[in-house]
Design a protein. Structure first.
Lengths: 114, 276
């Protein structure tokens, strides 16, 4: 069982650095939500920062790839994501097509490199 | 049997005002019963309808792909499977899990990870604020909404806007609980699969699973962009991270993204002022 869950220290970090930071904002929305105007300027800023954070996470995974992704050359990672994005735009924003296309470019590129 | 009785119910409602609503919901493979249907009288049935609605959206597939990636990421960053499953159940926000795993995995301290996750989670606040009024009735107490609030993340938020108008108001909380439980179950399975696959697959496939995360995130974020500030934030956030990461501050994401988001907001503010 201890092998399944790992060290208690890691689980404590999960609760303190993962669970609580998210739950705080959800509960804040539940408690103070009725007083906030949905179209307010603060929320536009919050959404912009939140979107930028997602973008930053995407960039981090691509620029500093974890684990097995590091075995794919830089140009192929960027190329695959660019191809996926192009397919997404061309198919009038189909997430599914974009993801499949990006994956195919990466797999074919890697296979071609040997 | 259930399908048969649903067909009968649907047929019985043709020619009524709900028929139009009904034909609209036929676009999804799993149509909900009309608002007047007696099957909405039981909260348990509403829960079951919510749970089976998971199968009616392509977003479930995106979510599945994302959590395959998260499972694989957790494995490659040397976390235990129990930890990965715990993060899916408790954190229940893909981006936050990825930030948590990648910052801790790259050797940052717990405090640095907590700060980055807290900032990324701010986006949940406006989601909760905008979606809860859809579920409330005059009799609803805050504690009734606790679990539904925990389930709110981008997929549930989008699906609530699509599905809740087809659910009678007094059954919406039960329906949301079903939808949330269904999505969490799918993601727990995906986390386990991703974790196992990363451990046992050839490197090429493990890399393909890890690439799912940035792809699915980039495209679903791009699809949710509604204003010029959202588009700018996405582009600037992508572009600024590589620059800021050269500074090696440990909180690179935080610095680059608050800057990018604020610039994007500034442009929005400036355009609004020009227009006024």
């Amino acid at each position: 069982m201890s092998e399944f869950f790992g060290s208690p220290h890691a689980l404590l970090i999960l609760v303190l650095a993962g669970f609580l930071p998210n739950e705080i904002w959800r509960m804040a929305g539940l408690w103070f939500g009725s007083g906030v105007d949905e179209g307010s300027e603060v929320l536009v800023w919050v959404r912009a920062v939140a979107t930028a954070i997602l973008a930053g996470v995407i960039a981090q995974i691509l620029v500093q790839p974890p684990g097995a992704l590091a075995s794919v050359p830089d140009w192929l990672r960027y190329g695959a994501v660019a191809a996926g994005f192009a397919a997404f735009i061309l198919t009038r924003r189909s997430i599914f097509t974009g993801v499949v296309c990006g994956e195919i470019v990466m797999l074919v590129g890697k296979w071609w490199l040997g | 049997m259930a399908a048969l009785s649903r067909c009968l119910l649907d047929a019985g409602c043709f020619g009524q005002p709900y028929a139009r609503n009904e034909s609209k919901s036929h676009r999804s493979p799993l149509a909900l019963p009309p608002l007047s249907s007696p099957s909405w009288q039981s909260p348990l049935r509403a829960f079951a309808w919510g749970m089976s609605s998971v199968a009616s959206t392509v977003l479930t597939l995106v979510l599945f792909a994302t959590y395959l990636g998260i499972g694989a990421l957790a494995h490659d960053s040397h976390f235990s499977l129990g930890w990965a499953l715990g993060s899916t159940l408790l954190v229940w926000a893909g981006p936050a899990q990825i930030i948590l795993i990648s910052t801790l995995g790259s050797g940052a301290t717990a405090v640095q990870a907590a700060i980055a996750v807290t900032v990324s989670a701010i986006r949940l606040f406006p989601m909760v604020v905008s979606v809860l009024p859809l579920m409330k009735t005059p009799k609803t107490k805050r504690r009734h909404l606790l679990l539904a609030t925990h389930f709110i993340a981008v997929t549930l938020w989008v699906e609530c806007y699509r599905l809740l108008p087809q659910v009678p108001r007094e059954r919406r909380i039960a329906f949301t609980h079903g939808l949330g439980c269904g999505l969490v179950t799918v993601c727990m399975v995906a986390t386990t699969l991703g974790y196992g696959l990363a451990a046992n697959l050839p490197q090429l496939f493990a890399a393909a699973i890890l690439l799912l995360t940035p792809l699915a995130f980039l495209l679903s974020t791009a699809r949710n962009c509604r204003q010029i500030s959202d588009v700018l934030a996405l582009v600037l956030g992508l572009a600024m991270f590589p620059l800021v990461s050269m500074l090696h501050t440990g909180v690179d994401i935080l610095i680059s993204c608050v800057t990018a988001g604020t610039i994007a907001y500034g442009v929005h503010w400036w355009r609004e002022r020009e227009r006024a």
